[in-house]
Design a protein around this ligand. Sequence first.
Ligand code: CUA
Length: 183
Amino acid sequence: MTSLAPPTKQVWWREHIEKGELIWITVVVVWGIIMTLMMPFWHVYGDQNLSGETYKTTPAAFLEKTQAVVDQWTVRTEGQFNKPVVKPPVGADIYLVGRLWDWWPSYELEAGQSYRMHIMSTDWQHGFSLQPANINLQVLPGYDAVITVTPNKAGEYAIVCNEYCGVGHHNMVGKIYVTEGRG
Ligand code: CUA
């Protein structure tokens, strides 16, 4: 005796489907099509789905580039662990490391100016979530994700992690300061 008994009727796929079940199947299929179409729609009309470039790299190579940016353009440090705050020149390539449990370094950017921001994890999966702008990006080790950032409003922005990554997940916070542009 096995729990996986073969169907008693050999042509089970031609059996009558309950009306309720048929309605649910239809709802699910239609909703699936709508949600699939929403992806290209929000890509074009939404402000949240970023299109960017992605390059394969290694944690060591990425950390080296990040360190170079920190060494060149750090203007101050802050917090308990003296996290560098980097103020890069307009248009620069800047690097943000996501790791257990930190976004490193912090940045100070000018409103109205564009920067090429590279984001990568050096250990495992994290989620870049810029608040309160609500811009989200998956961050994976080995993949340098590049986005063009043009802050449009001065203020203090927090980067939180929105992929659960262990006991320090809720402490994984970074900062981007946006200052008024020089006009
Ligand atoms: Cu990193 Cu959660």
